[in-house]
Ligand binder design. Structure first.
Ligand SMILES: [Zn+2]
Length: 79
């Protein structure tokens, strides 16, 4: 057996609209509430370019799911 076990972090449900805005950045980037300097970049589907429901912090790696992804997509569609 391997000495190293990969433990999957649980996905935490968050509301994108309630996360802190990262100034001087793209409109979708948000501050990570789980660590000091991390942030969520909000990915896009490679084919459809839709904003993605699942994301992770580039600092601590915490995985999240946006509860308001539909509102985010609507907001972007409206411009
Ligand atoms: Zn983080």
């Amino acid at each position: 057996m391997s000495a190293i076990e990969r433990v999957e972090e649980p996905v935490i449900s968050v509301y994108h609209a309630r996360l802190g805005i990262v100034t001087d950045s793209s409109q979708w980037r948000r501050e990570c509430p789980f660590c000091d300097r991390g942030m969520f970049l909000v990915g896009r589907d490679r084919c459809s370019f839709e904003l993605q429901e699942y994301d992770h912090c580039i600092g601590c790696g915490q995985r999240v799911r946006y509860m308001d992804i539909e509102q985010m997509r609507e907001k972007e569609a409206k411009g």
